[in-house]
Design a protein around this ligand. Structure first.
Ligand code: PLP
Length: 378
């Protein structure tokens, strides 16, 4: 199997798997129990919190564990609502984990405003200025788009938000960015940030929400009072520790991983060109993250290409993992102004640290064979 769908999820690293296994086997106490087996599990949790905090430039008290990126995004929006913020500015290209709670909260009375993107999938900061009016607002803008890899200028957008109103809150869905790019929450001056372990070689079903000191006051999930009463439910100790190990490893190897993936990306593009395959990269700009390529192939149906590659055990996707079951065209590519035929000929190839040159060679060979057959038939 050749895996080029790393924006959907990633293979767990050996270190993360070992951590998951050993904590599950040995440290299975309930962190809320007062005997030493429970206290040891609590120690594991706190070690994980400290590791994660160091990786993103936060203090441990500012890291809250969740069950996934979706929960973290939902929580950030719910928190703003509970804090009496009645305006939200987000964008047309957010993940549904932000768009859905935004529409739920707008039915509850929050006024929602949506920023547009240009053809490169980039938000113009001036448009944010035009949507702010000096009142408390939650601004939620994703760090890096899951379909195109487009990276927004989070530092500038957070600056604009805070200079309009000191009580406004800036949240970023950084699910695609954490573990893949340098992040320092203090440098960026974001109030909240969402992340998910399975996007950075950790396990599924575990994530975190960073919230600047004192910014998180309302739970989304209520019950036994874990996480300082803010997120109830017995903690997934092994998953959380495994997430911390995965994140630390990715952060420690950030430079090598980025260089390696960048080389593979260049190899793929160069080999496709050499093979005479006509393609266009959607949202290509200097702000595109390394490793996520949304590509339109002239005269090719993206779904047909995906199915053919699947027959050869090569995984790519059309749109995001969450929308690939749906027959709807990608809301992100539509927001960029791409026409239906360009969208239908587009696929997402997302690379990760475990891809090799041989993977790229096989991918190009299969795309070329399909491309030639379809082009002759047309
Ligand atoms: N936000 C973005 C940008 C994503 O890509 C995803 C997952 O695809 C999510 C949120 C949801 O994360 P999770 O799968 O952990 O719920």
């Amino acid at each position: 199997m050749i895996y080029f769908d790393n924006a959907a999820t990633t293979k767990m690293s050996d270190a993360a798997l070992d951590a998951l296994y050993s904590v599950s086997k040995l440290q299975y106490g309930n962190p809320s129990s007062s005997y030493s087996h429970g206290r040891n599990a609590k120690g594991v949790l706190e070690e994980a919190r400290a590791i994660i905090a160091t990786c993103i430039g936060a203090s441990p008290e500012e890291v809250f564990f969740t069950s996934c990126g979706t929960e973290s995004d939902n929580w950030a929006i719910h928190q703003a609502y509970e804090a009496g913020i009645n305006r939200i500015v987000t964008s047309n290209i957010e993940h549904h984990a932000v768009l859905e709670p935004t529409s739920t909260h707008s039915r509850l009375g929050m006024r929602a405003f949506y920023l547009n993107v240009n053809a490169q999938c980039i938000i113009q900061p001036a448009e944010l200025v035009s949507k702010l009016d000096g009142q408390k607002t939650l601004v939620s803008i994703m760090f890096q788009n899951n379909e195109t890899g487009a990276k927004q200028d989070i530092k500038e957008l957070a600056r604009i938000t805070h200079s309009d109103c000191v009580d406004s809150v800036f949240h970023t869905d950084a699910v695609q960015a954490v573990g893949h790019t340098h992040i320092d929450v203090k440098e960026l001056d974001v109030d909240m940030l969402s992340a998910s372990a399975h996007k950075f070689n950790g396990p599924k079903g575990v994530g975190f929400l960073y919230a600047k000191e004192n910014k998180l006051t309302s739970p989304l999930i209520r019950g036994g009072g874990q996480e300082k009463g803010l997120r109830s439910g017995t903690e997934n100790v092994a998953g959380i520790y495994s997430m911390a190990i995965a994140l630390k490893e990715n952060c420690d190897q950030l430079k090598e991983n980025t260089m390696r993936i960048s080389r593979l990306e260049q190899l793929l593009l160069g080999e496709m060109k050499k093979a005479g395959i006509q393609y266009h990269i959607n949202a290509d700009s200097s702000n595109r993250a390394i490793g996520i390529l949304n590509i339109a192939f002239d005269g090719i149906d993206g779904e047909g290409l995906l199915n053919m590659l699947d027959m050869h055990d090569i995984c790519i996707s059309i749109g995001s993992a969450c929308t690939s079951d749906s027959k709807e065209r990608s809301h992100v590519l539509k927001a960029m102004g791409l026409d239906d035929s360009r969208i239908d000929s587009s696929v997402r190839i997302s690379m990760g640290r475990y891809n090799t040159e041989n993977d790229v060679a096989q991918l190009v060979q299969r795309i070329k064979a399909y491309y030639d057959v379809v082009r002759v038939a047309n």
